[in-house]
Ligand binder design. Structure first.
Ligand SMILES: Nc1ncnc2c1ncn2[C@@H]1O[C@H](COP(=O)(O)OP(=O)(O)O)[C@@H](O)[C@H]1O
Ligand SMILES: [Mg+2]
Length: 253
């Protein structure tokens, strides 16, 4: 479906004033994403997850290597050309547009402003109120609402490949469950190849395949069970109580 062949992404090292060694962010990475599968992409911060997602969408150009979509070389295609082929991408931090309503954004994504069609799309997301369509997409919306709007604009395009970069950023805990269910439902119904970058257990549990990216490489691929020991190793600062023997209150005050 999406095949990465020896993909690397290198940037000049900006920390060095006299132009030191370039920084290799994705290192000779090869992987094939299969059609209709749900991938949970996880790993430590700075490991290269967002960079990888952006390489697939064409937001970052590869430095070397090739990307294929259904066997066709798309390495040199622009974001727009890839979007036309059915690849969609949701940013970690959703954009807010002054003077634009949800209806405007959704109509552009769906390619129609037919009210019945728009209602069909929002009901897939579990939005019951038609009034929600006329919400301005501005700073007054909550993090959860803005994420819902962004997910709607991705789903409205009926993508073949949907890439979500930390879709749980800025949303409350109670919204995550329905969001996971939504992405699973869409995947089942339309055979959407789904890639979700997340640290959240709920997304990783929903995944058919967990990919762990560390240091610009795939450190693990397989089921969540197998990823757990590595993930535990990575959580250097957990929420464990460091004050053994003492009461929590005594220790921390
Ligand atoms: N365009 C860029 N220029 C310089 N450094 C970058 C660029 N993009 C990403 N990086 C660096 O590459 C590393 C991986 O980043 P990223 O892919 O955002 O990680 P993740 O999403 O796994 O947290 C980070 O150290 C980040 O600072
Ligand atoms: Mg990231």
């Amino acid at each position: 479906m999406i095949e990465l062949k020896n993909v690397s992404f290198v940037v000049p090292n900006e920390e060095s004033t006299n132009g030191g060694e370039p920084k290799e962010i994705i290192k000779d990475l090869s992987f094939t994403f299969e059609e209709g599968k749900f991938y949970g992409i996880t790993g430590p911060n700075g490991g290269g997850k967002t960079t990888l997602a952006k390489l697939i969408m064409g937001i970052n150009p590869v430095t070397s290597g090739k990307i294929f979509f259904r066997g066709e070389d798309i390495t040199d295609l622009s974001i727009t050309e890839r979007a036309r082929k059915g690849i969609a991408y949701g940013f970690q931090h959703s954009a807010r547009f002054k003077g634009t309503t949800f209806r405007d954004l959704l109509s552009i994504a769906a390619g129609t402003d037919n009210e019945d069609e728009l209602i069909k799309i929002i009901s897939r997301l579990g939005i019951c109120s038609i009034d929600f369509l006329d919400n301005p997409v501005n700073s007054k919306l909550s993090g959860g609402e803005i994420k819902k709007i962004e997910l709607a604009t991705i789903i409205a395009r009926n993508p073949k490949v949907a890439i979500y970069d930390e879709p749980d950023t800025g949303i409350d805990l109670w919204t995550i469950g329905p969001m996971v269910e939504l992405l699973k439902r869409e995947k089942e119904a339309f055979n959407t190849t789904t890639m979700v970058v997340s640290h959240n257990k709920a997304f990783l549990e929903a995944a058919d395949d967990v990919i762990l990216i560390r240091g610009g490489k795939i450190a693990y691929e397989g089921d969540l069970e197998g990823a757990k020991p590595i993930l535990e190793d990575l959580s250097v600062c957990g929420f464990s109580n460091v004050c053994e023997g003492e009461s929590y209150a005594e220790c921390y005050r």
